[in-house]
Ligand binder design. Structure first.
Ligand code: AR6
Length: 174
């Protein structure tokens, strides 16, 4: 599996599946969640509502993942995952690692060849970027996925550099 880094907007990525940093309600929100729903259009929310009405009446627990259409985005699917809220009193890293592992399991079920991830939990949910990057990279490297390319799409130069460090690269073009 190739791991690549891109600084940019995840909604523009021409990969099979883009991962959304959603919340348990699956009803949308701010940050990357808001951007994905805006770019993909109303079809995504319709499918999320259907999931709430059928398989996920209580919402999606943190650490789990589920797929919908990507609507108007270049990708075919959105894989919604729910990151943990960062806590200084409780170690929730296993839940954050699970977001990446479960998303790749869902991607395998879709036969996706390329999957783009944002830095889950590092915005509204407050996870420090360097730590989140290490957990993300380790979880992807340890997964037994059949996905050929995992692309981390980082919004800011700082986030990009944190992921480059976590991958053991020097910063700069990869
Ligand atoms: N492309 C790539 N990365 C982005 C984009 C984008 N278009 N927009 C933001 N980011 P966040 P969370 C980065 O807050 O911390 C929502 O309201 C952003 O800079 O989107 O998991 C949900 O509904 C940050 O590094 O997700 C939940 O309620 C990273 O994406 C809650 O926020 C994640 O930031 C989830 O919080």
């Amino acid at each position: 599996m190739d791991i690549t880094l891109v600084q940019g907007d995840i909604t523009e990525q021409p990969v099979d599946a883009v991962v959304n940093a959603a919340n348990s309600s699956l009803m949308g929100g701010g940050g990357v969640d808001g951007a994905i729903h805006r770019a993909g259009g109303a079809e995504i929310l319709q499918e999320c509502r259907r999931l709430r009405d059928t398989s996920h009446p209580d919402g999606l627990p943190a650490g789990d993942a589920v797929a919908t259409t990507a609507g108007r985005m270049p990708a075919a699917w959105v894989i919604h995952t729910v990151g943990p809220v960062y806590s200084t009193s409780e170690d929730r890293s296993a839940t954050l690692a699970s977001c990446y592992r479960r998303s790749l399991e869902v991607a395998d079920g879709l036969n996706a060849a390329g999957v783009a991830f944002p830095a889950v939990s590092t915005g509204v949910y407050g996870w420090p970027m360097d730590d989140a990057a290490r957990i993300a990279v380790r979880s992807v490297q340890e997964s037994s996925t059949t996905v050929g390319e995992v692309r981390f799409v980082l919004f800011s130069p700082d986030a990009y550099e944190a992921f480059a460090r976590a991958l053991g690269h020097n910063t700069g073009p990869i």
